[in-house]
Design a protein around this ligand. Structure first.
Ligand SMILES: [Fe+2]
Ligand SMILES: [Fe+2]
Length: 402
């Protein structure tokens, strides 16, 4: 089978591939239907260097399993220009390896070049539907295929929005040909953290548009919040929800178990895979039902203009929100006199100002602290790297130092 046939339309229950469990995955080939490849692990140089630099393991995985691709840093909700480097690298990676199915996250996390690397909720508003719709079509054109969007765990929903999360997803499906990657653990966590009924969420969702599902482990934090740590077995409460989701989402073809760390003993991973298989195949045929893959038709391929008037409010909100997280000076100014401080980011619409002012304080403090911590850590790593570079040059030049 050629790579493009193998990866054309995978079906079944699989694993988010991590190079450090390569041998274990191969050993259990008969029980793992497919792998989900994190494109970031290969298109981001630093990540590649520390994992599988010559992509030897990856090549073996791609020859052994049907595979799909999953991206991480698109930030489709950011009202800004698309990251062409990211899109080109993703397209090239998929073409080089014959991958066909792609998915990304329905969130925003990067503003003005600052990347929080934690997902923030998109405002569940019609203007955000319109932004994501146009961005989706531009990206679809770029990648040459429709793709799935994943619901994420968010610390707080943007306050005072007119749509619920499920209605937002429904609107997006009405406006585009995207499918949904339903992360069932994220639904569970959000429903507990933000107080809604997950079954009601399913009822409002266009479940027929779900093409893929994720299951991940997590736990409850000391403050009572639920977190998808990706480092533990799937929580007991998530399984009945997964069963319900598979039953309702009749077009789901792919289920992926995500485990980023604590992958050993691998038996514990296989335990979750087996349980997911049992549920999936109790509602689905063992053989993949035939389907025609849709070609690209319709939709405006031109990327939306981030400076357009209609997106000004959302853009100013995002910039000021990231300012609160990443800029200590702005943080202080905001606390002292918010209406005055937000002029810096041209937050002129009172509705967007109110959303900014009423963001969950505890979550914002958490983001600020994480930002400061990682910034310091990044600086330390950069300094150490630089010192090492200088030291090795000095050594090569036969000098003791500078
Ligand atoms: Fe994901
Ligand atoms: Fe996920």
């Amino acid at each position: 089978m050629t790579p493009s046939e193998l990866h054309r339309d995978p079906y079944g229950v699989g694993l988010a591939y991590r190079f450090n469990v390569h041998q274990d995955a191969v050993k259990h080939r008969s029980e793992i239907d497919l792998l989900e490849i994190s494109t970031e692990d290969y298109i981001v140089r630093e990540r590649r260097t520390y994992s599988d630099p010559d992509e030897k393991l990856l090549r073996d995985a791609l020859a052994t399993f049907p595979c799909v691709a999953h991206g991480l840093s698109l930030s489709i909700g950011t009202v800004d220009r698309l990251d062409e480097t990211y899109l080109n690298a993703t397209r090239r990676f998929m073409a080089d390896h014959g991958l066909n199915i792609f998915s990304e996250h329905l969130a925003f996390h990067r503003v003005d070049g600052n990347d929080l690397t934690m997902f923030l909720a998109i405002p569940f508003e019609e203007v955000a539907v319109q932004w994501v719709k146009r961005n989706y079509y531009a990206i679809r054109q770029w990648l040459g295929r429709p793709f799935a969007l994943e619901n994420v765990t968010y610390a707080f929903p943007v306050p005072h929005c007119s749509l619920s999360e499920a209605d937002f997803l429904r609107r997006l499906c009405e406006e585009t040909d995207c499918t949904l990657l339903l992360d069932v653990t994220n639904v569970f966590n959000n429903s507990r953290n933000h107080g809604y009924d997950p079954i009601e969420f399913f009822e409002r969702l266009p479940m027929e548009r779900v093409s893929q599902m994720h299951l991940a482990g997590g736990h409850q934090l000391p403050d009572g919040k639920w977190e998808d740590s990706h480092s533990a077995p799937v929580m007991e409460e998530v399984w009945p929800l997964f069963d319900e989701a598979v039953k309702r989402a009749v077009n789901t073809r792919i289920v992926i178990l995500e485990r980023d760390s604590k992958l050993k003993p691998f038996d514990s991973v296989m335990h979750d895979i087996r349980r997911a298989r049992e549920i999936f195949y109790s509602h689905r045929p063992l053989e993949a039902p035939h389907r025609e893959l849709s070609d690209i038709t319709g939709g405006e391929a031109l990327a939306p203009d981030p400076l357009a008037n209609e997106f000004a409010g959302m853009r100013s909100y995002q910039r000021a929100l990231m300012g609160r997280i990443s800029d200590p000076g702005f943080r202080e100014a905001f606390l002292a006199n918010a209406p005055e401080a937000v002029k810096k980011f041209e937050v002129t619409d009172p509705a967007w100002f109110q959303r900014l002012a009423d963001c969950d304080g505890q979550a914002m403090r958490h983001f600020e602290e994480s930002w400061d911590y990682f910034k310091k850590e990044d600086e330390t790593v950069a300094r150490e790297y630089e010192n090492r570079e200088w030291a090795s040059w000095a050594k090569q030049l036969g000098r003791g130092g500078w």
